[in-house]
Design a protein around this ligand. Structure first.
Ligand code: GAL
Length: 373
């Protein structure tokens, strides 16, 4: 499995980095990457693919972390993307030598109060490091104060705290970092995939404007804000005129999105040319509504999402979704675990650890699907 090969390559690379005495990561390049294929597909194809990653990690590295306690807080277990993320995170931590029984992953059930209690319990339990996907990014300041006060290093994932909060970590030289991708890039890529189709094809009613609906994630999340803004900006940057027919909050949820898109199709009918969804779970819901309304993606409507869930990739391959954007849960979960290791070894981290999204169209969807399987 490529994932395992990648995990093995990364763990070897990480140990080499640690041995060289430098575990720090670079902040991401400002400009979105031009790459169209996921990084891991560049791994040599014919390495002994069935070899489990954990056997690749040197014994001394494994010994270092076996008794370290890792607390992980996920905002909501039922989120499809975060399920991929946490599964990969746990497997990779184990491949680095952490003991499964010392990795505790909690479901915040989309409730900040619940998650805060879980964080308190982890502090009482004296975990060695915390990895937190906050329910509300705006609670990051309170969380940071609590965790730093307890002397525990902290890795935020997926929901980026605001700039002033990140600045505090740097100003105080705290062991706190954020691992994630820049959501602006994913929004831009969604819009570019529509622009690449050409105005003539997308503007089906020929009124010189692209009519779209937007289905957003949760309102306080920067991923939702930026994807909403930058997807449309890619169209206007290309000189296209746009008209928003509807903009609704689907909270990353398939069922909610199906209902919203079904209403929008009922209200605006054939006027809708493009459906932008801030993630794939919602795009899958949108697709159900599109099917029920008797519309056909690629023929009389276009649909894009973000994440590259396997089901969405199958749809891109079959032409029932126009495209998606690979939100690389493999590299993000590995970077989060590596950052935790860097705190435990004293190597430290930068306060922002980035990654790149990858555009996914019919051209590379199969390749991306193979790489995440
Ligand atoms: C986004 C992802 C969504 C959802 C959200 C949770 O990055 O695209 O599907 O998981 O994170 O914060």
């Amino acid at each position: 499995m490529k994932k395992k090969v990648l995990a093995a390559l990364l763990s070897v690379a990480m140990v080499a980095t640690l041995l060289a005495g430098c575990g720090k990561k670079e902040a991401p390049a400002e400009a979105p990457a031009e790459t169209e294929a996921p990084a891991e597909t560049e791994a040599p194809a014919d390495t002994d693919a069935e070899e489990p990653a954990e056997t690749e990690a040197p014994a001394e590295a494994a010994g270092d972390f076996a008794d370290k306690k890792v607390g992980v807080c996920i905002y909501q277990f039922s989120d499809n993307f975060m399920t991929l993320f946490r599964t990969e995170l746990e497997n990779y931590l184990i491949s680095l030598g952490f003991a499964k029984e010392n990795i505790t992953i909690q479901d915040g059930q989309n409730d900040q109060g619940t998650q805060s209690n879980q964080i308190d319990a982890f502090i009482n339990d004296k975990v060695d490091v915390l990895i937190i996907n906050p329910v509300n990014s705006s609670s990051a300041e309170t969380i940071t104060d609590k965790v730093v006060g307890a002397g525990i290093p902290l890795v935020y994932i997926n929901r980026e705290p605001d700039e002033s909060e990140e600045q505090r970590w740097a100003d105080n030289n705290w062991d706190v970092t954020y691992v994630g991708c820049d959501a602006r890039q994913s929004g831009t890529m969604q819009g570019e995939m529509i622009v690449d189709l050409g105005l003539e094809k997308v503007d089906m009613n020929g009124d010189g404007k692209v009519q779209y609906i937007m289905i957003e994630g949760d309102p306080e999340n920067v991923d939702a804000k930026y994807r909403t803004e930058f997807s449309v900006k890619a169209l206007t940057d290309a000189g296209w005129e746009v008209e928003e027919l509807d903009d609704q909050v689907g909270n990353w949820d398939q069922v909610k999105a199906q209902e919203l898109v079904s209403n929008a199709l009922g209200q605006h009918g054939e006027k809708i040319e493009v459906v932008f969804c801030n993630n794939d779970a919602m795009a899958l819901g949108a697709l159900q509504a599109i099917d029920t309304a008797g519309r056909k993606v690629g023929e009389d409507i276009f649909l894009v999402g973000v994440d590259a869930l396997s089901e969405a990739l199958e749809n891109v391959i079959n032409g029932t979704m126009t495209g998606t954007v690979f939100n690389d849960h493999i590299s993000q979960s590995h970077s989060a675990a590596d950052a935790a290791v860097n705190y435990l070894t004293g190597a430290g981290n930068e306060h922002y650890i980035g990654c790149d999204y990858v555009k996914v169209t019919t051209e590379n969807a199969q390749e991306v699907l193979d790489s995440v399987k």
